[in-house]
Design a binder for this molecule. Structure first.
Ligand code: HEM
Length: 374
């Protein structure tokens, strides 16, 4: 399934085919922020960027824009929160198998069962919608459409079932929404705390964008410093600091320690990416470190693996990066950003909300003002 998804769902070609959706959604976001700016209000970027990211993923994955649909919107967000909550809940039986009764007693099994049923109902509705007769002609192709095509393609090696499709939708929702939102908030947080970097990246963006109102995906390829800012953000504020757990296949010895087969292994990427033996001044937000360096986050350079490495490597990287760069470039191109009155940069905290994805704990609230065209 992963191979099929990487080739057909997450390929660069497929990701490019969603560029109109990205442009539309980033423009919508800019409009909302302009509204806040003209009423001199404070913008809660954490809320806005989460909503932006979930709208993007839903449109790309299954062609729906829940932001337009009141009750459906809250149902969808409720489900998304529940997935996140259950995925980060501690089940003692994961570690001590015969203690399953404790999880049961705490009501965790019943809750898990109930949420899985609701999720399944939701995924089934998505599938039914895509099977509707007038669907194909009226809407742009989304990921579920592609999966349907693959299901009917005799050259695909496995027999794709609806359960496979449901599994893929679930993976995309869980893995794609929160991560993208969290990283965009961390990037803005880091820039607000580092005015030198903010000034430098805005100069680059505004030089490339010059008289344009909106930077598109081609312009972004020229933004070398913005790309370094992205890498530095992912070095210091990676949303999945322990990746996803692995299990050792066979017994092995590492640094003299015997690791039995079937041991759950967590990779502490947070520590690797702040290791003073690897990074000079590791705690400093210094994007320049990547300017003359070939280190990249595609899973080959083990000092920088915010998307993991090996077989479980994140297949969403092309989509995540293009989305993050587009949104960040335009936030910084169109607006100047200031802290709410009375706040100084030292007041911005970098505390983390406990959970499966590392979000900034306290919402990032900033004042935007439209940039002055010179
Ligand atoms: C900045 C944003 C993102 C970050 C930092 C991120 C990070 C990660 C990490 C660390 C993993 C586990 C890799 C490992 O353990 O080796 C992962 C897996 C995954 N990611 Fe991402 N991700 C991001 C965005 C996305 C997006 C946008 C999508 C899809 C639309 C996505 C889809 C997936 C999927 C399906 C997996 C599971 C792969 C597997 O288990 O084989 N990710 N991601």
């Amino acid at each position: 399934m992963k191979k099929i998804c990487v080739t057909h769902i997450f390929s660069s070609k497929r990701v490019s085919s969603f560029s109109t959706i990205r442009k539309f959604e980033v423009k919508q976001l800019m409009k909302i922020i302009s509204g806040h700016a003209s009423s001199l209000g404070v913008t809660n970027l954490s809320e806005l960027l989460l909503s932006f990211s979930s709208t993007m993923i839903c449109r790309i994955a299954f062609g729906r824009r829940y932001e337009d649909e009141g009750t459906e919107r809250s149902r969808f967000h409720g489900l998304l929160n529940e997935i996140q909550a259950m995925a980060s809940t501690f089940f003692i039986s994961d570690y001590i198998p015969f203690t399953g009764w404790i999880d049961k007693l705490k009501g965790l099994h019943a809750r898990l069962e109930q949420s899985c049923k609701e999720l399944d109902r939701f995924y089934q509705e998505v599938i039914d919608e895509h099977m509707g007769s007038n669907r194909q002609q009226t809407q742009e192709q989304d990921m579920v459409d592609v999966l349907f095509q693959l299901k009917n393609d005799p050259s695909i090696a496995i027999d794709l079932t609806y359960d496979h499709i449901k599994g893929v939708i679930m993976d995309i929702l869980v893995a794609g929404t929160d991560t993208t939102a969290a990283v965009s908030v961390w990037a803005m947080t880091a820039l607000m705390k580092n005015p030198r970097v903010m000034k430098k990246v805005q100069e680059e963006i505004r030089h490339v964008g010059r008289a344009k109102d909106f930077l598109d995906e081609d312009d972004i390829q020229k933004l070398t410093y913005l790309k370094a800012v992205m890498k530095e953000t992912l070095r210091l504020h990676l949303p999945a600091p322990l990746l996803v757990p692995r299990e050792s296949n066979e017994e092995c010895i590492i640094d003299g320690y015997r690791i039995p087969a079937k041991t759950i292994v967590y990779v502490n990427v947070w520590a690797i990416q702040r290791d003073p033996e690897i990074w000079k001044n590791p705690e400093e937000f210094y994007p320049e470190r990547f300017l003359d360096s070939s280190i990249d986050f595609h899973g080959q350079d083990f000092e920088l693996i915010p998307f993991g490495a090996g077989r479980r490597f994140c297949p969403g990287v092309p989509m995540a990066i293009v989305t993050l760069e587009l949104v960040l470039a335009n936030l910084l191109h169109s607006f100047d950003w200031e802290l709410p009155q009375g706040m100084v940069k030292e007041d911005i905290d970098v505390e983390v909300f406990p959970g499966i994805t590392q979000h900034k704990k306290n919402h990032l609230c900033l004042c935007a003002s439209p940039r002055s065209h010179t």
